[in-house]
Design a protein around this ligand. Structure first.
Ligand code: SAM
Length: 334
């Protein structure tokens, strides 16, 4: 079957699935406590897709060429029995099922997830300095807990990537310590430029530490060499340590946008389909799923949504687009 391409000639390869809009962290740059307080109206259970509904959408996307499924949120490990969903998704042919987590609950879940067929895991960790880490997650979780989660994942046989969002003045003085901690462990550390996702995190261009600066700071101490991209649509630009101690990546969505190669679709926990992380609106799939549409109808609907896609927000970003009422990262999934 010929690949379904969008208006800019991009195929769909990855589906990011937000399994919940709730999180046990209140990261100051993502779910600030002032906005996500006790009275925040999270999605009611009845509106959240069941595992069966999620698996159905994933199967349809698989029919369109998707080969990578990433579970995210919110915090995906808050969703009870997540390993059951992993097992359902891992049944699809030739598919990688991955997970992005803050790691706080990973130590107790890693083995179950690996046994269910998870391919690998990405753990977010913004600082190794316990004080900075606690201040950033704003729920007082110690960094040690996340490091234990990483160790448990590795012990369960899961390849681990580590994501660090860098915000100037908040955690950029810890870049080198993070690089040195993960050098030689086999875990690939990736630095993410602070992005203007959503509209509650008070983003300013001045807060972004450009990827080139991050690389330069590490390179000055541990020389780095560029690595060719592994595949089309890879978000991270890769660098390896000249002394063979492994690799790092930088995700330069602000300073070096990669929309031209974006092969990602996103499904929110309540069943809306988004074709860009910076979207303002999505397509509601729930009526189709809950009102008896057949598999062909669902597939046709997704194919049509992909064909008309022309998103390239990061290439069009200006200071004015920062003000758009974009959906929040915790809702659409990181
Ligand atoms: N709770 C999970 C976690 O912490 O990994 C999954 C969801 S979280 C929204 C996914 C990733 O998005 C995390 O690594 C988080 O640091 C990152 N993130 C959140 N807001 C961001 C922003 N404004 N710019 C860049 N990355 C951001």
């Amino acid at each position: 079957m010929a690949a379904t391409l969008d208006r800019l000639g991009r195929p769909v390869r990855d589906l990011r699935i937000s399994v919940t809009d709730r999180c046990n962290f209140r990261c100051v740059y993502c779910m600030p406590r002032e906005v996500y307080g006790l009275d925040h109206p999270f999605l009611p259970r009845s509106e959240i897709l069941s595992f069966e509904e999620i698996a159905r959408v994933a199967r349809a996307f698989h029919g369109l060429g998707v080969r990578k499924l990433r579970l995210t949120g919110g915090e995906p490990l808050l969703r009870r029995d997540l390993e059951r969903l992993v097992a359902m998704l891992a049944e699809l042919d030739d598919v990688d099922v991955t997970l992005t987590t803050n790691g706080a609950l990973l130590a107790r879940k890693a083995r179950l997830l690996a046994d269910a067929g998870l391919s690998r895991v990405t753990v977010s960790i913004d600082s190794l300095d316990d004080g900075v880490f606690r201040a950033m997650n704003d729920v007082d979780v110690p960094v040690e807990r996340v490091l234990e989660g990483i160790d448990a994942a590795a012990a369960a046989g899961l390849p681990v990537k580590v994501n660090t969002v860098v915000k100037r003045g908040l955690n950029d003085d810890g870049i080198l310590a993070l690089a040195e901690h993960f050098r030689g462990t086999g875990h690939v550390l990736r630095f993410i430029e602070f992005m203007d996702v959503g509209h509650t995190n008070g983003w300013r261009l001045d807060d972004v530490v450009p990827a080139a600066e991050i690389v330069a700071r590490i390179d000055a101490v541990h020389p780095l060499e560029p690595v060719e991209p592994g595949y089309r649509g890879e978000t991270a630009r890769r660098w390896r340590y000249a002394d063979g101690a492994g690799e790092i990546g930088v995700i330069a969505s602000v300073t070096q946008p990669f929309c031209g190669d974006c092969t990602r679709a996103r499904l929110s926990a309540d069943g809306k389909l988004y074709t860009c992380l910076f979207a303002t609106t999505g397509r509601d799939l729930r009526p189709l799923l809950r009102e008896g549409a057949g598999d062909d109808e669902l597939l046709g609907h997704l194919a049509q949504a992909w064909r008309i896609r022309d998103d390239r927000y990061s290439e069009l970003r200006t200071s004015a687009t920062g003000e758009l009422p974009k959906v929040e990262m915790s809702y659409i999934g990181g």
